[in-house]
Design a protein around this ligand. Structure first.
Ligand code: SF4
Length: 211
């Protein structure tokens, strides 16, 4: 039977409120628009550190644009509990090494599963080193991302690194719709491709077909 991640998350958040606890959360973020709703939602319950680790992003100018947009959003958002920011390394070689042999796999395939794991593994490591109570990622907000797979990887890494993974499916409760509204409200840059060179080329092809 499919797990209802949203219900599980709601139950956990309810318990935190009852116990008046505000745990720390390392939130891996792929970009400002996806993080907007997640920050609005989770900053009521957690002290969040946004972890920007996305060595998949191509080209470097796009990486710079997205990371700056992320920092701007954090500085502008009003949140119940403080939100901090931590930048990871832009180690592109790691991404290309992981993607070797999978360059022509379409978005949503095996390359993406490994890309999730690459980013979540680094997040788990940093969360464990930093003594965070939980870690998770904004990625499940996208209708293009596989929430079940993200939760499976997160759960496995949680055991490996000894830090709890916050299971989630942020597109639920109209999360994706709300992220679009917030992106408009904050005037955020919304990219039209996932991030890597291969998704960039796919988007380029789509654009050319429209003409
Ligand atoms: S399409 Fe997105 S998730 Fe898939 S490999 Fe590229 S950047 Fe990663």
């Amino acid at each position: 039977m499919a797990v209802n991640y949203q219900r599980e998350l709601d139950q956990l958040l309810g318990r935190l409120r009852e116990d008046k606890k505000v745990p720390s959360l390392l939130l891996h973020s792929c970009c400002a628009p996806c993080s907007s709703y997640v920050l609005e939602y989770l900053s009521r319950y957690f002290e969040i550190t946004v972890f920007y680790y996305n060595p998949n992003i191509f080209p470097e100018g796009e990486y710079t644009k997205r990371i700056l947009e992320q920092q701007t959003l954090i500085s502008q958002m009003e949140t119940e509990h403080p939100v901090a920011f931590l930048a990871g390394c832009y180690d592109e070689e790691k991404f290309y090494e992981m993607a070797r042999g999978l360059e022509h796999v379409r978005e949503g395939g095996e390359r993406c599963m490994r890309c999730y794991e690459l980013r979540l593994r680094e997040s788990a490591q940093i969360a464990a080193q930093g003594g965070f109570d939980y870690f998770t990622t904004t990625l499940s907000i996208s209708p293009m991302k596989n929430a079940a797979k993200l939760n499976e990887i997160g759960g496995r890494l949680a055991e490996e690194y000894g830090v709890r993974y916050l299971h989630s499916d942020f597109k639920k409760k109209n999360g994706y719709k709300r992220s679009i509204e917030l992106s408009r409200e904050y005037g955020l840059y919304r990219q039209d491709y996932c991030g890597c060179e291969f998704s960039f080329r796919e988007a380029e092809k789509r654009r050319n077909q429209q003409f």
